[in-house]
Design a protein around this ligand. Sequence first.
Ligand SMILES: Cc1cc2nc3c(=O)[nH]c(=O)nc-3n(C[C@H](O)[C@H](O)[C@H](O)COP(=O)(O)OP(=O)(O)OC[C@H]3O[C@@H](n4cnc5c(N)ncnc54)[C@H](O)[C@@H]3O)c2cc1C
Length: 412
Amino acid sequence: MKSGVLIVGAGMAGLCCALRLREFGVDCLILEASDGVGGRVRTDLVNGFRLDRGFQVLQSAYPEVRSQLRLGDLGLQCFEPGALVRRGGAFHPVADPWRRPTELLRAAFSPVGSPLDKLRLARLRGELAGRSVEQLLSEPETSTLEALHRAGFSEAIIHDFFRPFFGGVFLEADLSTSSRMFRFLFKMFSEGEACLPAEGMGAIPEQLARRLPAGTIRLNTPVRAVRPNEVSLTDGETLSADAVIIATEAPAASRLLGLAGPDLKREATCLYFAAARAPIEEPVLVLNAEGDGPVNNVCVPSVIAPSYAPAGRHLISTTVLGCSARAEDGLEAAVRRQMSAWFGSQVEEWRHLATYRIRHALPAFEPGVAPIAPNPSLPGIFLAGDYRESASLNGAMRSGRLAADAVLANRP
Ligand SMILES: Cc1cc2nc3c(=O)[nH]c(=O)nc-3n(C[C@H](O)[C@H](O)[C@H](O)COP(=O)(O)OP(=O)(O)OC[C@H]3O[C@@H](n4cnc5c(N)ncnc54)[C@H](O)[C@@H]3O)c2cc1C
């Protein structure tokens, strides 16, 4: 490439970066190691089932989603804002805790938390409504658990709701993730809906890729090293450009730059099953507050978006936090035992479709710790990726847009 910009990685960050550069008429080429676009947001079609590579949702309130995606073309289907909490051998419905916090503690759920918790939820929601995402992500931070304690929430509601719900979002059960992430995501859940595109989460990056001119993305093209204005591929080819944007996961960015960045990450395992009947009919997430069993959260994507399964079939998604050694020795059996305790003998009929073990699911955002040196201080090299902003689709998209803007600002 004689002039223009090279982007390493065709995840959400790299794609948003390329779209922004194209908007300003700047030529760019994305070099992607894998065989498709999307990075951590891809969907496999397996016997008519749409299997997202790890359960995740699109938040309609994300500012970058609103400004950068054509939401109308994604056929979004949304979860009910509430959840079902499994506790004491029974399911307890949680009414919309975000938009109608005063309904949180319905009669059946009342043993779970203090009645004051609903007032605290309403207060928190009101407080966050008045702050922008940028403000929330730059305010003084502590751990999420500490923030919940400081806000006065009862131990019961932390254990029964916040821990399984945000544990599933952060992919860690200690709630050691930064309070910035908690407050940002609480706001997003309060102000929008959690949705699945009709064709799976992979439809999101595919939409972005389709808006780029043909030839902008080179798949199956792993980059070995990045130097100012130059990229070496693993096959020995060298490409040069006006600027290089590294839009990979944080550990890959460290390796490409020869930096010894700490590999602060969250892992997740997602097991998918096919069934003739849905174990839960409501379009909600089911949370584990029992304190035992490997599964943190369960849902039936085909109840939310019927196109996730062939006609007459259902897709069940179970998420386990981490990628423990048990993944290799009997995780499926342990998941089945737990699900049988929850849903009874129907689980014997479930057919295992696939298990996704995701070693780098999210960058860990802990108070005061950066996953990679914030600025490599190398001329001609720019960084994008969720770890730069927030561990979310919004963070990845924003980081891509901002990296493109930095390149544009540096042009003569
Ligand atoms: C299980 C799971 C659940 C999640 N849940 C949610 C959720 O509910 N809501 C939410 O907002 N977010 C969620 N996320 C996070 C969200 O998916 C990510 O934050 C976002 O997709 C990251 O995008 P990215 O572009 O920064 O990185 P990536 O998607 O990781 O993209 C990096 C790209 O760089 C490529 N690459 C790496 N090294 C090289 C190299 N040397 N040469 C060339 N290419 C290279 C990779 O192949 C990849 O395509 C979840 C993620 C996972 C895995």
